[in-house]
Design a protein around this ligand. Structure first.
Ligand SMILES: C[S@@+](CC[C@H](N)C(=O)[O-])C[C@H]1O[C@@H](n2cnc3c(N)ncnc32)[C@H](O)[C@@H]1O
Length: 240
């Protein structure tokens, strides 16, 4: 097992990983690619564009079913399923470690990407590292790791799950969670309004090329949820 390339502190994702693995077992890998957990319709993997021969990485891949799906169904040269949680990484490795062209990596996204300039054609995140890492730190690393012309696609909450509006300036919410032994803990999540994401992406040097909004009924009868799927590209080098 590779070690994370940066100390990530206590593993806040153990309980989530156990729940996710149970849910995946019930649902199975159903041959579709979703940008949020309740989505039943399009868009799917097609908004990543053609993956033929592409080096693809999911940052915050969790238990890995989306990355495994892409490795199994596309002609990408390699799909990397990266996650910084040792427990989740181990679950991903056990479930999908044998899928051809899937690389399962334990690492913190910012440190990993910054060390791999122009290594990837596509970086994507499904409520993954983009939601749980300060974008002012992560986005420059994403840009550095993308080849010119490469694409970033990520899904993120359009507003808080309780219906409260997303943030209009860059600040995180503290979400309650628990360590494996039940000790209460908090984790940071960035729920930002669309114009702010657009500004941050532009500041990092990315062109926003598409935004889609998926509406869900809401979890357990809760308020409806809007998920944003944001696509941005690193500008190609101009031929003079
Ligand atoms: C809500 S889960 C989503 C997982 C998966 N994409 C899915 O759809 O089930 C968020 C994941 O992002 C990972 N994560 C958060 N910040 C990260 C970072 N900076 N680097 C790598 N992984 C990160 C967590 O460990 C966790 O597995």
């Amino acid at each position: 097992m590779t070690r994370p390339s940066q100390d990530t502190g206590p593993d806040l994702w153990q309980c989530y990983g156990a729940r996710r693995t149970r849910a995946d077992r019930v649902a199975g890998v159903d041959g579709t690619f979703h940008w949020d957990w309740y989505q039943r319709n399009e868009p799917g993997a097609e908004i990543l564009g053609s993956l033929d021969g592409m080096a693809v990485i999911e940052v915050g891949a969790g238990t890995g079913r989306q990355a495994a799906h892409l490795a199994g169904t596309s002609a990408a040269s390699e799909v990397t399923a990266l996650d910084s949680s040792a427990s989740i990484h181990e679950r991903c490795r056990r479930s999908y470690g044998n899928v051809p062209r899937l690389r399962v990596v334990l690492a913190e996204a910012t440190s990993y990407l910054v060390e791999r300039p122009s290594a990837f054609d596509v970086v994507y995140s499904v409520f993954g590292a983009l939601d749980f890492t300060d974008p002012r730190r992560l986005l420059p690393a994403v840009v550095a790791s993308l080849r010119p012309g490469g694409t970033l696609v990520f899904s993120t909450l359009g507003h808080y799950r309780n219906g409260e509006a997303a943030e209009s300036w860059v600040r995180s919410a503290q979400l309650p969670t628990a360590l494996a032994d039940g000790t209460p803990a908090t984790m940071e999540r960035w729920v930002l309004e669309l114009p702010l994401w657009e500004r941050l992406l532009a500041q990092a040097g990315l062109d926003v090329v598409g935004v889609e909004t998926v509406h869900d009924a809401g979890r357990g009868g809760g308020p409806p949820t809007a998920t944003r799927i944001i696509r941005a590209t690193r500008p190609a080098v101009r031929q003079l």
